[in-house]
Design a protein around this ligand. Structure first.
Ligand SMILES: [Zn+2]
Length: 228
């Protein structure tokens, strides 16, 4: 059996990759990294490094054009600043809508693209790293359990019962992902989560705050923040 992992080079998808490699063996795992017009390519370089660490095959795909008209502060060409607040603070101002770093239906699009790729290369399972902290308060609705169930069913039916989704963290918190990744020996120092493309993580954007809180909850220090 072969597996495909939606792989951004961040902490969650790197832990997904480690799980897939453990279960299927590196030779049966393909990491799929999708470019969507993000402001920097730092996470794609992290993806290269982590994929090389695990010795898995890596495919890349460019879906930038689909988001050309999107109003999302993560994207190149967007006027909006990336917020320097926690998701909880941001959600107090969005009136029930997703946060400004939500890329419209990104996980839906990426999973659908991965399903097409998976059928083409004989992979019967797609892993992705959605977790419940991202879905909380509807910050990223395409990370929720309900979304995952619906997408899994759509892909299973639409692929002629050839491809399933595996979302190992969908009911877990990011701290659980850090704990699992630590046990699996994930090279967190090679991953990149920050929405900014600086030399070091900014420490202030939503995802930096989430990542820091997750390490702290585990009583661990993020290797990217060592020497602070
Ligand atoms: Zn940051």
């Amino acid at each position: 059996m072969k597996a495909m992992v939606l792989f951004s080079g961040g902490l969650d998808s790197s832990t997904c990759l480690a799980l897939a490699v453990k279960k299927y063996g590196a030779e049966n795992v393909t990491a799929l990294s999708i470019y969507y017009g993000q402001k920097h390519d730092k996470e794609l370089r992290a993806a290269e490094a982590v994929a090389a660490h695990y010795g898995v095959d890596r495919k890349t795909l460019d879906l930038t054009q689909i988001f050309a008209g999107a109003d999302c502060s993560l994207l190149r060409g967007s006027e909006g600043e990336i917020p320097k607040e926690s998701y909880a603070e941001q959600l107090t101002k969005t009136e029930g809508k997703p946060v400004s770093t939500y890329v419209p239906f990104r996980n839906g699009l990426f999973l659908a693209a991965a399903a097409s790729e998976a059928i083409g290369c004989g992979c019967s399972v797609i892993y992705y790293g959605a977790h419940s902290d991202d879905a909380a308060g509807n910050a990223y609705p395409d990370c929720s359990e309900a979304f995952n169930r619906a997408m899994n069913e759509a892909i299973w039916l639409g692929s002629g019962e050839q491809v399933k989704i595996e979302a190992p963290f969908v009911g877990l918190k990011k701290a659980d992902v850090v704990r699992m990744g630590t046990e699996l020996g994930v090279p967190f120092e090679k991953t990149w989560s920050c929405y900014e493309g600086g030399q070091r993580p900014c420490g202030k954007c939503g995802t930096c705050r989430d990542r820091a809180a997750a390490f702290e909850a585990c009583g661990l220090t993020d290797p990217l923040m060592k020497g602070e």
